[in-house]
Design a protein around this ligand. Structure first.
Ligand SMILES: [Zn+2]
Length: 132
């Protein structure tokens, strides 16, 4: 019972930390002033004996937080998730309009050498027209 409560407390602390990171990361309009919008399509795979497949589309606006860390949906997963921040930064820097890729969750589920979850993603970025 005590252990269970500790885990819950830890999870709560983690989610608070995530929230802080979210706000500390600033807004899309501040970080990527040239971006007018983004669409991130993710197909999420969870490897269990009954594999789960989930598709998510995330619309990003200039007023959205510039935070692209997607949580891993596996309950036991510790410190996992999918961070697209670096990918998006690179794309915007190079003014690329779209990219696809894959990412594995590097979190720890207590099982060794197991890929418990992965995503394939598709990112589309719209840029503001240069005003001159
Ligand atoms: Zn995970």
């Amino acid at each position: 019972m005590v252990r269970k409560r500790n885990i819950a407390a830890q999870r709560h602390a983690d989610s608070l930390k995530r929230n802080e990171e979210k706000y500390a990361s600033g807004l899309v309009s501040e970080k990527f002033p040239h971006v007018s919008g983004m669409v991130i399509k993710m197909t999420y795979y969870q490897e269990t004996y009954d594999p789960v497949l989930m598709v998510r589309t995330i619309n990003v606006y200039p007023t959205s937080p510039a935070y692209f860390h997607m949580n891993c949906a596996v309950k036991e997963c510790d410190n996992g998730g999918f961070d697209l921040t670096g990918t998006i930064k690179r794309l915007v820097k190079n003014r690329k309009k779209s990219a696809t890729g894959q990412m594995e969750c590097s979190g720890n589920t207590g099982k060794k050498n197991s890929t418990h979850a992965s995503i394939s993603y598709e990112i589309d970025i719209k840029y503001k027209r240069a005003s001159r």
